[in-house]
Design a protein around this ligand. Structure first.
Ligand SMILES: Nc1nc(=O)c2c([nH]1)NC[C@@H]1CN(c3ccc(C(=O)N[C@@H](CCC(=O)O)C(=O)O)cc3)C=[N+]21
Ligand SMILES: [Mg+2]
Length: 304
C-alpha cells in the first residue's frame, strides 16, 4: 500500500480563499478590514522569512498588515509598551509576537501582555485554559490546521487512538487537548521515551512534533494510520544542488509504504499554519466586533 499524500498547500489555499471571501463580505471597505500586527525582535533569518509571508498572505486575504521590526537589543519595557499600544489600537485585531525571542526577553511576560481576544497564536493562558476545558477559544495555528486536515480523513474520532510525540506549549500540548476534545483516546510522549515504538504501533493517528529528523521509523507505524509530520528540520547540504533541504520528523520515504495517509515536509502542516493564522485573525475580528463567526474549514469533510 502507498499512503495517500495529504496536500497541505491545497488545504491552505482553500482555507485562504474562504477567509478572503468572508473578509470581503464582512468588510467591503478596506478601512474596516481585519488587521494583523506581527512583531519581530532581532534578525533570525528563518523568522524573517515567516514574518514576510504572514504579512503578504494577510494582504492577499484583504486584511491590513502591520509589521513591527525591533532591534535585537530591545528591552522588555519597550516591547510591552508596543503591545499595550497594539492592544488599544482598533485597527489591529490580531497580534503575533514571533518566537523565539532573544534570550533576555521573557516570552511568558510578553505573551500574557497580549489581550486574549487579540492573541491569534492562542498562546495566552486564557485561551490555553479555554481549550483545556473544551471551550471555544482561539486555538494555536499549527494544531488547528492539523485538526482541519484530520477531519477530512477521519470519519469519527471516537474509538480512535492517537499518539502525539512532543509536548511543547506551541504544538504537542494543544494538539493533545484538541484530540481529547474530539473524543480520541490520546497518548502524549516525550521524544526520548524508550517505549515510543510500542505506543506508536497502537496509534490510528500519529502526530509528530519532536524536531528530530527521521525520528519515526516505518516499523513504528500501524498499517493504515494517519501520520501528521509537524517537524521542519533544515538538513545541510543534502539537496542535489548542495543547499539546505527541509525534512520532517518521519522517515517519509519508508513510512509512505505503511501509513494510510501522510503529510509531506515541506507542503504539509507548514502552509496550513499560516492559513490558520489568517483564520484566527478573522475569528478575533468577529469576536471583537460582535459578528457571527462561522467555521471555515473545520466543519467540512473535503477541502474542495
Ligand atoms: N509566535 C509565533 N507563531 C508561530 O506560528 C510561529 C512562530 N512564532 N515562530 C516560528 C514558527 C514556525 N512557523 C511556521 C510557519 C509556516 C511554515 C511553512 O509554511 N513551512 C513551509 C516551508 C517553508 C520553508 O521553505 O521554510 C512548509 O512546511 O511547506 C513553517 C513554520 C510558525 N511559527
Ligand atoms: Mg509552529
Amino acid at each position: 500500500m502507498t499512503a495517500q499524500l495529504i496536500d497541505g498547500r491545497a488545504f491552505a489555499a482553500t482555507l485562504r480563499a474562504r477567509v478572503r471571501e468572508r473578509v470581503a463580505a464582512l468588510a467591503p471597505e478596506a478601512g474596516r478590514a481585519p488587521g494583523l500586527a506581527v512583531v519581530l525582535v532581532g534578525h533570525d533569518p528563518a523568522s524573517e522569512v515567516y514574518v514576510r509571508s504572514k504579512g503578504r498572505q494577510a494582504l492577499e486575504a484583504g486584511m491590513k498588515s502591520f509589521e513591527h521590526r525591533l532591534p535585537e537589543t530591545t528591552g522588555e519595557d519597550e516591547l510591552l509598551a508596543l503591545i499595550a499600544r497594539l492592544n488599544a489600537d482598533d485597527q489591529v485585531h490580531g497580534i503575533l509576537v514571533q518566537l523565539p525571542l532573544p534570550a533576555h526577553l521573557d516570552p511568558r511576560a510578553v505573551i500574557h501582555a497580549i489581550a486574549p481576544q487579540k492573541d491569534v497564536d492562542g498562546f495566552h493562558i486564557s485561551n490555553v485554559g479555554m481549550v483545556g476545558t473544551g471551550q471555544d477559544a482561539i486555538v494555536p495555528c499549527t494544531p488547528l490546521g492539523v485538526m482541519m486536515m484530520l477531519r477530512s480523513l477521519v470519519d469519527d474520532f471516537r474509538g480512535k487512538t492517537a499518539l502525539v510525540i512532543g509536548h511543547s506549549n506551541v504544538v504537542g500540548k494543544p494538539m493533545a487537548r484538541l484530540l481529547l476534545n474530539a473524543d480520541c483516546t490520546v497518548m502524549v510522549a516525550h521524544k526520548s521515551s524508550t517505549n515510543i515504538p510500542e505506543l506508536a504501533r497502537m496509534a490510528d493517528i500519529l502526530v509528530v512534533a519532536a524536531g528530530v529528523p527521521g525520528l519515526v521509523k516505518a516499523d513504528w507505524i500501524k498499517p493504515g494510520a494517519v501520520v501528521i509530520d509537524v517537524g521542519i528540520n533544515r538538513v545541510d547540504g543534502n539537496a542535489p544542488d548542495g543547499r539546505a533541504r527541509l525534512v520532517g520528523d518521519v522517515d517519509f520515504d519508508r513510512a509512505r509504504a505503511v501509513a494510510g495517509a501522510i503529510t509531506p515536509v515541506p507542503g504539509g502542516v507548514g502552509p496550513m499554519t499560516i492559513a490558520c493564522l489568517l483564520a484566527n485573525t478573522l475569528r478575533a475580528y468577529c469576536l471583537q466586533l460582535g459578528l457571527p463567526d462561522a467555521p471555515l474549514l473545520s466543519d467540512t469533510k473535503d477541502p474542495e
